[in-house]
Design a protein around this ligand. Structure first.
Ligand SMILES: Nc1nc2c(ncn2[C@@H]2O[C@H](COP(=O)(O)OP(=O)(O)OP(=O)(O)O)[C@@H](O)[C@H]2O)c(=O)[nH]1
Ligand SMILES: [Mg+2]
Length: 267
């Protein structure tokens, strides 16, 4: 499972954001490793309008969303690469993640000390980026402005949130998912279990099948596939099949974001 690390100066609101993210935690979190052992790791449900719509259409017994792993990392300060603050510990953690959420403090609050004495997201961003660069860490980054009042959820470089109220957090999860280069496809097992799966953008049917089950990839024959829109317009899987809207594709078919697939395989 791909993971996103939350970085930023001390007191920028990383743990507050992490706690807001945990409210979106998947219900059966115990089935994912780490979450019960590591208090700073959260497996979070990806908000998904298509999944909701499909659930309304199909009325399955069970709906399983796609997830992203978030890791709350200790704050870093100038010279972290030389071991300043929790420097080395911080840098080791950050090397394990696939993408970075860089949180910038924009909220004013005199009761919360700022490590560098004033609110200045631009300066803070430079400080943290220099440390990451000196440590040789190059990862896709989403900048997140932690504001007291969120007027708009997007700013030119990323998203705005209020970590304390949780405002903007859903948008942040969606953006993090994109940042990881992931798209979603869906399976409907026996009409009963609707699942959203993540796949790297550009991934083919064979890889998608392997996400569901290794046997499906091993014995892959072909896949039935339909776009989300076509399925909704058809009113259901059997109607879509009857209407000739379900296509048959081979293992090299490139999965599109929102595809609904049924893999055919030999055991
Ligand atoms: N007013 C206000 N306070 C906030 C906001 N976000 C976080 N805080 C407060 O700022 C303090 C520090 O927040 P944390 O989330 O612990 O900061 P952190 O980035 O995890 O800090 P370190 O773990 O020390 O690196 C806490 O008292 C929070 O309640 C915000 O959006 N507005
Ligand atoms: Mg913290």
């Amino acid at each position: 499972m791909l993971s996103v690390g939350i970085v930023g100066l001390p007191n920028s609101g990383k743990s507050t954001l992490f706690n807001a993210l945990l409210k979106k935690r998947v219900a059966n979190v115990a089935s994912y490793p780490f979450t019960t052992i590591e208090p700073n790791v959260g497996i979070v449900e990806v908000p998904d309008e298509r999944l909701k719509k499909l659930a309304e259409l199909i009325k399955p017994e069970k709906v399983v969303p796609a997830v992203v792993k978030f890791i709350d990392i200790a704050g870093l300060v100038k010279n972290a690469h030389k071991g300043e603050g929790l420097g080395n510990q911080f840098l080791a953690k950050i090397r394990e993640v696939d993408a970075i959420i860089h949180i910038l403090r924009a909220f004013e609050d005199e009761s919360v000390a700022h490590y560098y004495g004033s609110i200045d997201p631009k300066r803070d961003k430079e400080i943290v980026n220099i440390e990451l660069e000196l440590a040789g860490i190059k990862k896709p980054t989403l900048y997140v402005l932690n504001c007291s009042e969120v007027s708009t959820h997007t700013h030119p470089e990323g998203v705005s949130i209020d970590a304390q109220t949780g405002e903007g957090v859903e948008e942040l999860i969606k953006e993090a998912y994109k940042l990881l280069g992931l798209i979603s496809f869906y399976t409907i097992k026996g009409g009963k279990e609707l699942t959203a799966w993540s796949l790297k953008k550009g991934g083919i049917a064979l890889e998608a099948a392997g996400k569901v089950h290794t046997d499906m990839a091993k014995g892959f024959i072909k896949t039935e596939v339909i776009s989300f829109n076509d399925l909704v317009v058809s009113g259901g899987w059997s109607q879509a099949k009857a209407g000739g809207r379900v296509r048959l594709e081979g293992k090299d078919y490139q999965i599109k974001n929102g595809d609904v697939a049924e893999f055919k395989f030999s055991k």
